[in-house]
Structure formats: C-alpha cells, structure tokens
Design a protein around this ligand. Sequence first.
Ligand code: PXP
Length: 259
Amino acid sequence: MKLGVNIDHIAVLREARKINDPDPIEALGILKRSGADQVTIHLREDRRHINDADAEKIIKMSQLPVNLECSTDSDIIDIVCRLKPHRATLVPEKREEVTTEGGLDIITYEERVIEAIERLQAYEIEVSLFIDPDLEIITRSDALNVEWVELHTGSFANIYAMLYLGLANSHHSIEELELSRHTLRTKLEESLVALKSGADLAASMGLKVAAGHGLNYQNVSEILKIEAIEELNIGQSIVARSVFTGLESAIKEMKALLN
Ligand code: PXP
C-alpha cells in the first residue's frame, strides 16, 4: 500500500505564530527517508496553512511525487497549472469548514469540474477526484476520464472513533451521538461495504484508487483489507503522533544547550 503524507499541519503550526518555523520544506527529506511514497499538500483558497511559495518550493524540491489538493476555483487552477505537480486532487472547499467535509459534488458542479480537469490534463497533470464512495459518483467520475479517484474515508473514521476510541467531536451531529453501539456497528459495517464496493467498481473501470481522511494508527487496518485501494493519504494522525515521538529529542537538545 502506498502512503501519501499530508504535511499541511506542519504549516498550520507555523501559521499559528506567523513566523518561518516549522517549514514544511524540512519535512521533504524526512518523508523520503521514512519510506513515504508521496507528498500531499492542500493549497486552500484562504491559504490557512500551505501558501503559494510553499507549494512552489515543495513541487520544485521534492524527490517524491507531489499530490496537490485544490478546489475547482479557476484562480487556484491557474496556479496549479503553473506549478505542475505530479497530481492534482480536486476537493470540495468551504471557507468555514475546519477540514474537507464530504466528497466533491461532481453532479451539481459538473461543468466546473470538467473545466478544471481539462485544464489540468492539458498541462499533463494527473487528476484525482476526492469523492464519496457512492457508485453513481464513481461511474460518473470514470466518464470524466480522470486517472484517479480518492475515496473519502471520513464517515468511516467518524463512526470508528465513536465506537472504538470513545471520541466524539464537533463533526458528529446530535443524532449520531445518540446512536446505540449496535447501530454504530451496523453503520461501520455499511461504511466499509460502501468503500469496498466503491473501490472495486472504480478499479474494475480502470481507475486508480486512493483513499483518505481521518485515517489513523487504529482504524487503518480495516481499510488495508480493501485490496482495490492502492494508496492512502494521511495527515493529521501522523503529524499528531510526531509531536510526541519527537518531543523527547527536542527537549534533550534544548537541555543540552542550557547545560
Ligand atoms: N485526502 C484529502 C483529499 C484531504 O483533503 C485530506 C485532508 O487534508 C486528507 C486526505 C488527509 O486527511 P487527514 O489529515 O484526516 O489524515
């Protein structure tokens, strides 16, 4: 299984102080040494983490392929065409959301999506659509002649978190929080069936299949059972864990300077 590591959260930490540190560029060598297969970044319209200069440097300097997530906004597509990453993943984007919620609605926004795909492919950029694991959407994605689909695992991850990790967060509606464990188990099973049937259908049509959103060290084993998925894009859980796995050496280094 290939791993794309989403490094946006490194830039989130930098933006909290509006200084230069930590610079996501420094992660490139670490990703390569650690066996990651791809660097994934999201150039959001509000530039809340990765900015244009980051994206440009990352695409120029990365020895791994870069997967640039972006909306279908035409100004953003202009930038992506100029930067020429290996792949562009079209995602839905709302300014008020904390992270990408739900897959791209390629039915309502078909014209915009087609225009973005055609412009990107004219620059020889592979295109992926970040979509819900819905059979109709997958069939329509295939008709759009994209190379990849990335199946949204957020719904699976939310149910998994409620069932096994005792986590409830602002993404969960009141109705979701009141579900019984039995109902949650059924819903988890349904979400996995949807991901598996979606991945199988996409692969049978010749699409390459990625998946991502909300995957972590606990829930990823369920997704690994789906053979048709060949790549996962994971950000939050890896960066969150790295804070703790790296904290000890960071403190020791400072302490050595102080002594
Ligand atoms: N894939 C896509 C298309 C995304 O938008 C994101 C979040 O930026 C991810 C994967 C990674 O999600 P997470 O940070 O929850 O691992």
